[in-house]
Design a protein around this ligand. Structure first.
Ligand SMILES: [Zn+2]
Length: 92
């Protein structure tokens, strides 16, 4: 990886280290997860930085429409509605 971010531009911390990130993307009405994204992550605030090659690769993957046939695996996602939470919230 050829990232040169030594200092977090989000919070200014100097605790930025390589990690294997994962991220979720909406594609039309489908939620997809991409794993094994090489990134630098700030240990202080959690901000993640991708290098140009990684961003291009993500764009290319997005361009394929996240073909389900190419997915490594399927994971279940729990879905919540804030409507339910608001309905049971105490009166203010
Ligand atoms: Zn930070």
């Amino acid at each position: 990886m050829q990232l040169s971010v030594a200092k977090c531009t989000n919070c200014g911390a100097h605790d930025v280290h390589p990690t294997n990130a994962r991220s979720a993307f909406w594609h039309d009405d489908r939620l997809v997860v991409v794993e094994d994204i090489p990134a630098l992550q700030c240990a202080a605030c959690g901000e993640q930085y991708y290098d140009d090659a990684t961003i291009v690769a993500l764009d290319l993957l997005r361009g394929t429409g996240f073909d389900p046939e190419a997915a490594r695996r399927v994971m279940a996602v729990t879905v919540f509605s804030l409507e339910d939470a608001l309905a049971t919230a105490p009166e203010r």
